[in-house]
Design a binder for this molecule. Sequence first.
Ligand code: G3P
Ligand code: CA
Length: 309
Amino acid sequence: MPKGHRLASLLVATVAALPWVGKSADQRSGDGIPAFANIAHRGASGSAPEATRPAFEQAVAAGADYLEMDIQMSRDGHLVAIHDTDLDRTTDGSGRVGEHTLAELKALDAGSWFNRAHPGQADPAYAGVQLLTLDEILEAFGTDRRYYIETKSPELYPGVEEKLIETLEAHDLIQHRNVVLQSFSAESLKTLKALNANVPLIQLLWYGLDANGDLVEASGATPPLASAGAADFRAIAGYAAGIGPNVEDGGQRVVDASFVRRAHRAGLLVHVYTVDDTTTMNELIDAGVDGIFTNFPARLDRVLDRRAD
Ligand code: G3P
Ligand code: CA
């Protein structure tokens, strides 16, 4: 091979092998997704009550690219940001979210639990904070902000996809390319795609260790990790822009460089959840992931800054 060509090949091979280093405002063409995404999981939920105004405000202040949230529906059809299908853990209410009207949900205290559970992070201002509707969040934080919205337990909420797309369209968010939708339910994602094909979708995956020590995927989107191959990832790429896998289960790592390569070959982004320690953040960035969900977006921002230096 001529010397010039050898050098060019070496350069191409070296660049291809380099892990992504440093944060960038660059976006992939078309879909508005940053080259690397710092995704604030339920807002900055490590330091404020999850999915409440303080958590989202802190995520913005931390430099997060996306405000992540789980959406469920009240009995009277309003979209509300809350992770659990029951109210008991994160509010002073009880029972199913979907059995309550919006007025009942708004009357709940969604912050005091955090002060009790995390005395080191407690703030008297968190007591009494309210659950938020998706409309309230979009109005408060605006269309220049990016949102990463999950249809949580969509089987409990017939029509949730229609309502979600309707709300995003009303706020011009899809047009601004500032939203990603995610779900463990492939059916929910396909329904969203049929309603509006212009919003990037992420298939969430959960690989859990079974009694045989195999990492088995719970949503059914891929076979167990050891046998998940190119065809399985390509099938997901038929409707989604990327996958959102858990980082590990039972001490067994799911996402490594080989996993990321397989996904990338199928044209899928890899946004991995939920990572709060800087060592794992760095390992995953070295492995080539395209984004990380974290409860501590300021911590991830610092990791990215250090790598960019
Ligand atoms: O949406 C990514 C990650 O949040 C999925 O897990 O249970 O925290 O919604 P969960
Ligand atoms: Ca979620």
